[in-house]
Write a protein that binds this ligand. Structure first.
Ligand code: 16G
Ligand code: MG
Length: 547
């Protein structure tokens, strides 16, 4: 029987800072690392209850703030199959993080036990890890104190990428099932993905070196271990921005978020024409590729380009396997470049749906498809094989060697993909596989379609909570009348598209715009941002670079 007797005493060692309100946002709690100890301690308590509510299955806890500044940190819970915490529990997280006293912490735990009908005699189990941030060790200690208070059975994975922790959780919970996901260790991870990669590429021409910008984060040591495990010229890498020791370097002027937001290579990297480059973010769950053409012009291959590459390859394999009833679909967010959406619909002729920003929303949409590829434009995504698709693969009776080969490749691809969550390393191996099999350069991959010019702006307002959206965040329902203004502005520009949404991770409103030309796109973006500022309580400087 788990007792809460020790909780108040342990909680007293991690007082909640005065005047701070915490919120379990799109990807968990995220704020200044030095303010987070009480929240991490309390997250440990919730992870224990969540485990008991899932009959003692292992729950994950990851301490990371991804692409954010090094002084930030964060914590998120991972559900048993390696997916993000069920949304109905996010409110509990927010409530307990903001509890004013140690007694209230205990009271909230008791009320969750009651509301969820939790059997507290079940042994709770938690697996945890952290990224390379300097505040990580202290927050880990707070986490461990919470786990000790509830006598949780723990597995500490040390410093690993976020998707590795998701993978470990899924492995631990399927270890003794009929379909074990893999060995729940770092070497098991490297072995599983590395072997699947080699199965898919061996015998094909070898690619040139891949230059990886690891954002000075945890991806650097981990991708080196992956390369050591693969130990093959098919995966020849050069890891840059790999300094995880020097303070102040994480995500600064490098990493996937920097490259995507600024549309330029990491500072200090000059791109050799024909060279192959990619960037991870600080916790290695995002990846973007890029290259310079013969004129030295930078070209970005973002999440949309990855999803179209992957969807095309899967579609062709399914057809080659003779499995015409297996439908490949694509999930995007409103940030997907309009050209990519048209390409998926009109050229690939695949179904595509929009989900709200945030991996959990895309993941749930993709679960409804036979084979669902989901990617955010920022490089975060993966592919899900629905259980019915797996059954069909199992039942498939190939009648030709070509069909047998395609079915074998689909199985190998399933082993290559981290289905628990978007994973920069697994996605990288997937992209590499496809490029090797097609014998493509990055420019050949890029040739499928041309992105429309786009711009993302941030507007700081008095209260971002007045912004409400519908239609996968593409339409504002509040403040009243603002959507009509956006619509009228969009109508002025050929191929214009724009939307406004409150950020789920920052106290700001985001404005996205795209249009046929760079100048139209910028005019549209600044006009919409200006309208938001004027009509919805803008603070600070009015966004008005071009008007
Ligand atoms: C989080 C999300 C990311 C999303 C971003 C949007 C996860 C694991 N991460 O980082 O997918 O793109 O939030 O941020 O879901 P925003 O709401 O501030 O624009
Ligand atoms: Mg990340």
């Amino acid at each position: 029987m788990t007792s809460f007797a020790k909780v108040a005493e342990h909680s007293a060692r991690h007082p909640k800072p005065e005047g701070v309100t915490f919120e379990y946002g799109t990807a968990g709690f995220r704020t200044l690392g030095e303010t987070l100890a009480s929240t991490v301690f309390r997250s440990a308590l919730l992870a224990a209850l969540r485990s008991q509510s899932k009959q003692g299955r292992v729950i994950g806890v990851m301490i990371t703030a991804s692409h954010n500044h090094e002084r930030d940190n964060g914590v998120k819970l991972v559900d048993p199959m390696g997916e993000m915490l069920q949304q109905s529990w996010e409110g509990y997280c927010t409530d307990i993080a903001n509890a004013d006293s140690d007694a209230q912490v205990v009271h909230i735990l008791e009320s969750i036990v009651k509301a969820e009908g939790i059997d507290t005699s079940i042994q709770p189990k938690v697996a945890y890890a952290r990224d390379t941030r300097p505040s990580g060790p202290l927050l880990q200690a707070a986490l461990e104190d919470g786990l000790t208070a509830l006598e949780v059975e723990v597995t500490n994975y040390g410093v690993v990428t976020t998707p590795q922790l998701h993978y470990f959780v899924r492995c631990l919970n399927t270890e003794h099932s009929s379909a074990p996901y893999g060995d729940p260790t770092e070497s098991g991870y490297n072995e599983k993905y590395g072997q699947a990669f080699l199965r898919l590429v061996e015998g094909k021409p070898q690619p040139s070196t891949l230059h990886i910008d690891a954002a000075n984060g945890v991806g650097a040591p981990q991708v080196r271990k992956l390369a050591d495990a693969i130990a093959s010229p098919y995966f020849s890498i050069d890891v840059r921005n790999s300094d995880t020791e020097t303070l102040g370097k994480l995500n600064i002027d490098c990493g996937a978020d920097y490259v995507k937001s600024n549309q330029r290579p990491p500072a200090g990297t000059s791109l050799a024409p024909g060279g192959r480059y990619c960037s991870f973010d600080g916790d290695a769950d995002r990846i973007v590729y890029y290259y310079a053409d013969e004129h030295g012009i930078f070209h970005l291959l973002d999440g949309d380009k990855i999803s179209t590459l992957v969807a095309t390859y899967l579609r062709d394999l399914v057809a080659a396997a003779g499995l015409s009833d297996l439908q490949v679909g694509v999930v995007q967010t409103a940030y997907a470049n309009g050209s990519s959406t048209s390409y998926i619909k009109d050229t690939l002729r695949l179904p595509t749906v929009f989900a709200k920003t945030g991996v959990k929303h895309l993941h749930h949409e993709a679960e409804r498809m036979s084979i669902g590829a989901y990617f955010e434009a920022n490089g975060h995504g993966t592919v899900l094989f629905n259980p019915s698709a797996v059954d069909k693969l199992q039942e498939a009776k190939p009648t030709t060697p070509a069909q047998a080969d395609a079915i074998g490749r689909l199985w190998a691809l399933r082993d290559l993909i981290n289905e628990s969550v978007g994973d920069a390393m697994s996605d990288m191996l997937l992209v590499e596989t496809i490029l090797i099999c097609k014998g493509w350069t990055l420019a050949q991959w890029d040739a499928a379609y041309t992105d429309l010019p786009s711009r993302l702006l941030k507007v700081v307002v008095n209260d971002r909570n007045i912004f409400k959206t519908t239609n996968a965040e593409q339409t504002l329902t509040s403040p009243p009348g603002l959507q009509d203004v956006v619509d009228a502005l969009v109508a002025k520009f050929p191929k214009g598209r724009s939307f406004v949404r409150p950020s789920g991770t920052e106290d700001a409103v985001r404005v996205y715009a795209e249009a046929a030309t760079r100048s139209d796109c910028d005019q549209l973006a600044y006009a919409v941002a200006g309208a938001v500022f004027d009509k919805a309580g803008g603070r600070g400087e009015r966004p008005a670079e071009f008007l």
